[in-house]
Design a protein around this ligand. Structure first.
Ligand SMILES: Cc1cc2nc3c(=O)[nH]c(=O)nc-3n(C[C@H](O)[C@H](O)[C@H](O)COP(=O)(O)OP(=O)(O)OC[C@H]3O[C@@H](n4cnc5c(N)ncnc54)[C@H](O)[C@@H]3O)c2cc1C
Length: 388
């Protein structure tokens, strides 16, 4: 069974020969760490200086990792992936704005996406990021239980309303909603809001999913407590389980400020914690649904095995597997060929606004970060198979 991820014909069945070549050269380029560093600096400069680099970015990284500039643009990719049973999660990837307007813009965008995706089987989830809806510093202050002044209280009420408006709409339209997780020092406030939304909107069906970062050793405990509350108050829990994306930032901050890091002491411990978290969810599928966000073959395979052992059908809608568009097609497409539920995050937005997202993808795909060798090997294997 594990060998299913080696099937490159299925993995790349949607890619034409020229798209396969583009992916191969792109991963070769970003495997080179110094090149990524220089390329990132040059691109940032070019965008700030308003140089006409959009075309170049679009033809390379953008088209590989993003669905387009607008949700309508994305439909082409959505339909193509859906023809192989792989669903999409439209992700408006514009980040880190600190004035009120962009926050309301982000809300308007997510509401528009919810309308756009309703009744589209190919796009079963919407997603948003807490700090898309409120200032990071405000989330942090609320997380620290510090008292807010009158102006901040009003500002926080607007954040709460954005959460409420989004979750109510998702519930009215019956579209599931994933809420991303971020740094541990803003997360308690986000957790509290998401929990309120679950209490309200996850009564019969699971609409709202919070994200559990299992590189944090304290998160299974959090989930177990949440389960007790959910059982008592009569609501269900949606969980997107991931390892977590802010490890260095978390460790640096903990060291600087002299508190114990919330991150597991090693990759091995994170992996074990991840497995334990997933097992706990599968043991409580009557109350908890799972969206497993990972590019790790072993973790994916372990969940498939667990499902098999407990006679859970691959197409059981309480379990989804998720990867990012442009990465790990060998996992996504081979899973869907075996009837598992799979969805890929499909980022979109204006080219210059999705640059931070693209830079992160490039950085985590350098040879140092490790993912690229696997992608390259698979692309090489498929080129050989196709004799190109
Ligand atoms: C669909 C999807 C949605 C996602 N949503 C979120 C989100 O909302 N919030 C978020 O934070 N991330 C999110 N991520 C990113 C995710 O958390 C991981 O950073 C990324 O997927 C890499 O982990 P992996 O399981 O795929 O692969 P692996 O390569 O197996 O794991 C890498 C991860 O292991 C952990 N790790 C690595 N080295 C160590 C070490 N020395 N000690 C302890 N831990 C270590 C880190 O978390 C690192 O990112 C998402 C990923 C996907 C695919």
């Amino acid at each position: 069974m594990k060998g299913i991820f080696e099937d490159t014909a299925t993995a790349f069945s949607l890619k034409t020969d020229s798209e396969l070549e583009r992916a191969f050269f792109l991963f070769k380029l970003i495997a080179n760490e110094p090149l990524v560093r220089i390329g990132t600096a040059m691109t940032n400069f070019a965008i700030k200086a308003r140089l006409p680099v959009d075309g170049l970015i679009r033809a390379t990284v953008f088209d590989h990792f993003c669905g387009g500039v607008s949700e309508e643009d994305c439909l082409l990719v959505v339909d193509r992936m859906w023809s192989k049973g792989v669903a999409s999660v439209l992700d408006y990837s514009v980040e880190g704005k600190n004035t009120e307007d962009p926050l309301d813009d982000a809300l308007a965008k997510v509401l528009k996406i919810l309308d756009f995706v309703k009744e589209k089987d190919a796009i079963p989830f919407a997603v948003f990021k807490p700090t898309g809806y409120g200032r990071f510093a405000l989330f942090k202050k609320v997380s620290e239980n510090k008292s807010l002044n009158a102006k901040e209280k009003e500002e926080w009420n607007r954040v709460v309303n954005r959460f409420e408006t989004t979750c109510k709409k998702a519930h009215d339209l019956q579209v599931s909603l994933l809420v991303d997780a971020e740094e541990s020092w803003m997360q308690p406030a986000a957790d509290k809001l998401v929990e309120e939304m679950m209490r309200k909107y996850n009564k019969e069906k699971i609409i709202v999913y919070n994200t559990l970062q299992l590189y944090r050793w304290d998160r299974i405990d959090y989930l177990q407590k949440l389960k007790k509350v959910a059982d008592k108050d009569g609501f269900k829990i949606g969980i997107k389980a991931v390892r977590g994306a802010y490890m260095e930032k978390e460790n640096d901050r903990a060291e600087e400020r002299g508190y114990p890091t919330p991150i597991c002491a090693s990759k091995k411990e994170t992996d074990e914690n991840f497995d334990r978290g997933v097992e706990y969810i599968i043991d409580h599928l009557d109350t908890i649904s799972l969206f497993l966000g990972t590019h790790n073959e072993e973790s994916t395979y372990k969940l498939m095995t667990l499902m098999g052992k407990q006679s859970i059908a691959p197409e059981d809608k309480r379990i989804w597997f998720g990867q990012l568009y442009g990465m790990s097609d060998h996992i996504s497409f081979n899973l869907s060929a075996k009837n598992y539920n799979v969805a890929k995050y499909l980022p979109f937005g204006p080219v210059k606004d999705v640059m931070p997202y693209l830079i992160r993808r490039a950085e985590e795909n350098t040879s140092v970060a490790g993912q690229t060798n696997r992608e390259l090997d698979l692309l090489k294997k498929e080129r050989k198979r196709r004799k190109i």
